[in-house]
Design a binder for this molecule. Structure first.
Ligand SMILES: Cc1cc2nc3c(=O)[nH]c(=O)nc-3n(C[C@H](O)[C@H](O)[C@H](O)COP(=O)(O)OP(=O)(O)OC[C@H]3O[C@@H](n4cnc5c(N)ncnc54)[C@H](O)[C@@H]3O)c2cc1C
Length: 481
């Protein structure tokens, strides 16, 4: 085995790893370590967003916590640029880096449910579907996201919004503990009783504090059947009225219901009539996870806001709801830029601006989602977890996708213009799982965490990662030594 040159931690220089050191690391590692010369390297470096094309010097595919500890120590000792990969769904592309080391947890996807204690422990590389599959065997669920192929790690560390958000809160709110390898290579447990500051920080502070090898969540009885509401209305002159009536409905809906209003085009995917492919639509999607017999009647008004051209509503398994979007968000298929803004309120003028943008999308696959928030997720005190925003009533989110690099600048500029248009309805906070490329840096982080939480995050970062080893994230920069 020959040695390697790689990028240094801050990307400004070159690190050299001699053959002996590399061989000792690779042979000690239980999981495979891949370099550009190895079969499987290209598959291993590809992440969900087709816009991202990075070539790491080495991909350390970890089989367990010992591999993670070794990889963190190896990276620190050789001053390497580090990326950490969970599910690889991060749209900003932080799961992979050029010329550095990727600490890849995707094989660490074991799940163990404690049925009596109503908790689940899930490996740091699990996808949502891994956890839902095991917990639903017992009629239980953790509140996660809405696409089952998303990684639990990135999703939970920056919050985690799904169909149970109003009833049971965000994914980070259900955390009971994490096992985490910190920058000094120590594996520690963080919970309300152990390393409480670290536990506070990982509930919203992203991957800044170490590599989480497992997550323990509180579980709630859910399903196994739930009620889905998914009427598709043609995007026409009544779009603003449909959104207004959706908004009125959600103002008094019980917390058993979580809902989003989506502006999109019917995708050319199985299950959607060919004649409708590409038709611009507004979708008033909702999931009722309360008593099954109540769901359909309760959600019926959302199906009568106009004349749907398609309606996928009905009682379906919770795991089916969780996987419903999967085929529409295939890995690597499109180029993506996703950006979001928390909104305090929505009024008629805001709705008119949103609908104007829906009519002006740069291509059919640009998706606008207005996530209705509130309920359990907003009852958490903003100081209780690092995640700062607990009083916004909506998240205005742009999942902008396109297919040709020639359209990169246009698609991104459109998204940023549309995003800035509702700034007067917001305090400037974004949901850090949809942060664009994080271009606004510290300004965006401070607005999103709130100044008190942000200052506390900087303190904790300085204590646990003083040299900023973990910087491929929405980076909280430690104080200078
Ligand atoms: C198709 C799609 C659907 C989505 N749906 C939702 C949704 O419904 N709700 C929602 O809230 N969000 C959603 N998201 C956003 C999603 O939460 C983020 O993209 C999140 O970063 C994905 O986590 P991941 O583990 O797959 O990411 P990765 O790309 O693997 O990593 C994301 C970040 O977390 C860090 N990280 C990863 N694993 C670890 C670990 N084990 N320990 C420490 N740090 C780690 C990485 O370094 C990186 O900074 C969606 C994204 C996509 C692409």
């Amino acid at each position: 085995m020959s040695g390697l040159t790689a990028a240094t931690r801050d990307g400004s220089g070159t690190a050299t790893i001699d053959a002996e050191a590399l061989e000792a690391f690779v042979t000690g590692h239980r999981g495979p370590c891949l370099t550009a010369a190895d079969d499987g390297y290209d598959d291993a470096r590809i992440i969900w967003n087709g816009s991202i094309d990075k070539r790491p010097a080495i991909i350390a595919q970890c089989a367990g916590a010992a591999d993670v500890i070794d990889a963190v120590n190896f990276a620190r000792q050789h001053d390497l640029r580090v990326a950490v990969r969970g599910g690889g769904h991060n749209v900003a592309g932080n799961a992979v880096c050029d010329d550095g080391i990727v600490i890849d947890l995707s094989a660490m996807n074991g799940v163990r449910v404690d049925v009596a204690g109503r908790t689940v422990r899930a490996g740091g590389g699990c996808l949502l579907g891994d956890v839902d599959r095991e917990t639903q065997a017992f009629g239980l669920a953790a509140p996660l996201g809405i696409v089952s192929l998303t990684g639990i790690a990135g999703l939970t560390l920056c919050g985690g919004l799904g169909w149970l958000r109003r009833k049971h809160g965000m994914a980070c709110d259900a955390l009971v503990s994490v096992d985490i390898v910190t920058a000094d290579g120590a594996l520690v447990t963080a919970s309300k009783d152990d390393n409480a500051d670290l536990f506070w920080a990982v509930r919203g502070g992203g991957g800044n504090f170490g590599v989480v090898t497992s997550f323990e969540y509180r579980l709630y009885p859910v399903g196994p059947m739930v009620t889905l509401c998914a009427p598709f209305y043609r995007l026409g002159d009544d779009a603003a009225e449909i959104m207004r009536r959706w908004n009125d409905f959600m103002a008094t809906a019980p917390e058993d219901v979580s809902s989003s209003c989506l502006f999109w085009s019917i995708p050319p995917a199985p299950g959607f009539p060919e004649a409708l492919h590409g038709t611009p639509v507004v979708i008033t999607a909702a999931v009722h996870s309360g008593a099954l017999e109540d769901g359909e009647a309760l959600l019926q008004p959302l199906r009568e806001l106009g004349e749907p051209i398609l309606d996928l509503s009905g009682q379906i398994p919770y795991t089916g709801v969780q996987a419903a979007f999967d085929p529409l968000f295939a890995k690597g298929e499109r180029l993506n830029y996703w950006k979001s803004l928390y909104l305090d309120r929505i009024d008629d003028a805001a709705i008119d601006r949103i609908v104007a943008r829906a009519n002006d999308r740069p291509n059919p696959w640009a998706l606008i989602v207005i996530w209705h928030l509130g309920g359990a997720m907003n009852r958490v005190d903003p100081a209780e977890t690092a995640l700062g925003v607990r009083d916004a009533n909506y998240l205005y989110s742009f999942d902008t996708s396109w297919t040709d690099h020639a359209d990169d600048a246009r698609a991104i500029a459109w998204t940023r213009d549309a995003w800035a248009e509702l700034e007067d309805y917001s305090n400037g906070a974004v949901y850090l799982n949809f942060p664009g490329q994080g271009e606004e840096g510290e300004t965006q982080l401070r607005a999103s965490y709130g100044s008190d939480n942000y200052d506390r995050l900087v303190e904790i970062k300085t204590r646990y990662d003083p040299t900023n080893l973990f910087r491929m994230n929405q980076n909280i920069v430690p104080k200078a030594a």
